[in-house]
Design a protein around this ligand. Structure first.
Ligand code: ADP
Ligand code: MG
Length: 597
């Protein structure tokens, strides 16, 4: 290869720039919609074919483009939105870099049809692989229609990175619904493969669009927030603590109506919930942060997905305090919950007196069989107060990986921190994580269900669950996979599914929660196209949802049943996330800790 320096042609430069701006069809949809909104459109129609991988058409009733300006649209750094550098610190439009249209045109075929409000005739332009083929006067409705086809046709390497049509379509719909959320004054109509996916009529206020994007369940479990601080304002909706998600992606942040991602703001949201929702569950929130344009630099990311705040600390404080305050108010007024602004107090664990326990000899191992357990409980153990109860259970954790938990003659001592079960053997002490143990039990049951014949429970009346258009697309793709795990669903109209049967193992979990967790898993952007992996992730999240929670008081029967089931469960040394289920302390180790040895 020659080492001489050459200036890249405009065509190659555009293709390279396109790599940053146009990652997938959803990025094209985003740029086109932002241009329509910048042009003052109040009515926008989006038509997708094959998930946007075949064609994307956006039609708006905005200002249109003057005939002489049309070729400029496709020139790099050609924009009508800023004229001098300082303007970017005051930019109120979505675009300003003048990069999107040339980038899109460099990797696809673009047809533009446009007419300005007071012009008699419009303009039609066609470009292919970045080259203008024609610009002609043409009849056109008022506004602009942009059709993009042959996406990545001239960059086959990029085309290979596209996921399934359903995943790409879902990503496009997510972009559209997010933009629709911040623009209630604009009417949106979206179709995919000729089928209408959703219609969002123009509404006066954002709350009417919330359920469209976040789902009905969120709307039913959210708190409206509204706070001003100096020249910033924070409005929006946050989830109540009982509504949780299995990933952290459900916090949507809009800064001056621009959808962005910001780790620091996400952290502020999570910190407000940290003390009140379980570990590994996440809140959902739609936050609108508004501030003067000069306080936020929008020119730090090619796809304008990140911004830099002048007063990042102030933003963090505003978000975390407002949410913490609103949660505290909403929950204390409900009466059954006290929000802890301070870290949880450390509780002293009171160990049950050994003298009392000595009175109750351990039940011999043989008694702890399926037949005998209930009898033993009824006849003997339940007659005594809880601290005196002795059971037989559990294992030793320092066992070679292939072994599984076996019930040796151990005594159940009690529960620590309402989360860990303590067992005592002759020469060891074992702590068992109740949530981790139950998670593994449920996961293995669900897996069995899916591998062999489906053990599902049909519902007398199908339950209708509302979903967003993006979610529906993903469910549609996975109907068979869900059936394998015992979940029978049917698409029900444009924005709902009907659940007809659920796996028996999950019969105690709310159906809306099962569906919401599956939706979270399916929406996961980094998700693999491999069905088996998809299935495993879904099963693990369902197991987590159905398992006994940490911080729950367990009765003696609960503990006995848990141990009995764990004994016959494969892979019972670790939970589905790979964490240990039990930790073993040998007498030797304990004595060494006390410097007795
Ligand atoms: P930017 O939005 O950053 O200015 P783009 O490449 O996205 O750059 O668009 C270039 C220019 O084309 C815009 O500044 C705008 O003047 C014009 N334009 C693009 N799409 C539309 C549209 N739908 N309606 C009116 N003007 C448009
Ligand atoms: Mg633009």
């Amino acid at each position: 290869m020659s080492k001489r320096i050459v200036v890249l042609s405009e065509e190659i430069a555009n293709k390279i720039a396109a790599g940053e701006v146009v990652e997938r069809p959803a990025s094209i949809v985003k740029e086109l919609l932002e241009n329509s909104i910048d042009a003052g459109a109040t009515d926008i129609r989006v038509e997708l074919e094959k998930g946007g991988t075949h064609s994307i058409k956006v039609t708006d009733n905005g200002s249109g483009i003057e005939h002489e300006d049309v070729p400029l649209v496709f020139e790099r750094h050609a924009t009508s939105k800023i004229h001098k550098y300082e303007d970017i610190f005051n930019v109120v439009s979505f675009g300003f870099r003048g990069e999107a249209m040339p980038s899109i045109a460099s990797i696809a075929k673009v047809e533009l049809l446009t007419r300005c409000r007071n012009d008699l005739s419009g303009t039609k332009a066609t470009l292919e692989a970045g080259v203008i083929k024609e610009v002609l006067p043409a009849g056109s409705p008022e506004g602009t229609q942009t059709s993009v086809t042959k996406i990545f046709a001239n960059v086959p390497a990029r085309r290979k990175f596209l996921k399934t049509e359903a995943t790409e379509q879902s990503a496009c719909l997510d972009v559209i619904t997010r933009i629709a959320l911040a623009h209630p004054e604009v009417r949106f109509k979206v179709s995919a493969n000729g089928k209408e996916m959703f219609v969002a009529p123009e509404v006066g206020d954002i709350s009417k669009r919330i359920s469209m994007v976040m789902g009905d369940d969120f709307s039913a479990h959210c708190i409206a927030i509204n706070e001003q601080k100096e020249n910033m304002s924070l409005t929006g909706f946050i989830s109540r603590p009982e509504y949780t998600k299995s990933n952290s992606k459900s916090t949507y942040l809009f800064v001056n109506k621009r959808f962005i991602r910001d780790n620091s703001v996400t952290h502020a949201v999570l910190s407000a919930y940290r003390q009140i929702i379980e570990p590994r569950r996440y809140p959902a929130a739609v936050l609108f942060l508004d501030m003067p344009p000069e306080d936020v630099d929008v020119n730090v990311h090619p796809a304008k997905l990140e911004v830099r705040f002048k007063n990042a600390h102030g933003v963090y404080e505003l978000v975390s305090r407002t949410i913490a305050h609103n949660l505290a108010e909403a929950e204390t007024s409900k009466g059954n919950f006290i929000y802890r602004l301070q870290p949880k107090e450390k509780k002293n664990y009171s160990y049950s007196s050994p003298t009392i326990r000595e009175k109750s000899p351990p039940i011999p191992f043989g008694m702890f069989s399926r037949q005998n357990i209930q009898k033993a409980i009824n006849e003997d153990l339940l007659k005594r107060p809880f601290t005196e109860k002795t059971a037989t259970v559990v294992e030793s954790a320092n066992i070679p990986a292939k072994e599984t938990i076996s019930f040796a003659g151990m005594k159940y001592v009690g529960q620590f921190a309402n989360t860990y079960l303590i067992f005592e053997g002759d020469e060891n002490l074992v702590l068992l994580d109740q949530h981790a143990a139950h998670e593994r039990i449920i996961l293995e049951k669900l897996k069995k269900t899916s591998g062999e014949k489906v053990v599902s429970q049909s519902l007398l009346m199908p339950e209708i669950i509302n979903l967003t258009p993006g979610q529906i697309t993903l469910f549609l793709e996975c109907i068979e996979l869900l059936q394998e795990i015992g979940l029978e669903i049917e698409i029900f109209g444009r924005d709902a599914i009907a659940v007809k049967a659920v796996p028996v193992t999950l019969s105690l979990v709310k159906i809306s929660e099962i569906i919401s967790d599956i939706a979270d898993q399916l929406c996961d952007q980094n998700q693999t196209p491999y069905l088996q992996e998809k299935k495993e992730k879904i099963l693990a999240s369902l197991a987590c949802r159905a398992a006994i929670k940490a911080n729950k008081v367990l009765s003696y029967e609960d503990v006995a049943a848990l141990c009995r089931e764990l004994e016959t469960t494969p892979f019972n040394l670790t939970c589905p996330h790979g964490r240990p289920i039990t930790i073993n302390f040998s007498l030797n180790e304990i004595e060494r800790m006390f410097k007795r040895k």
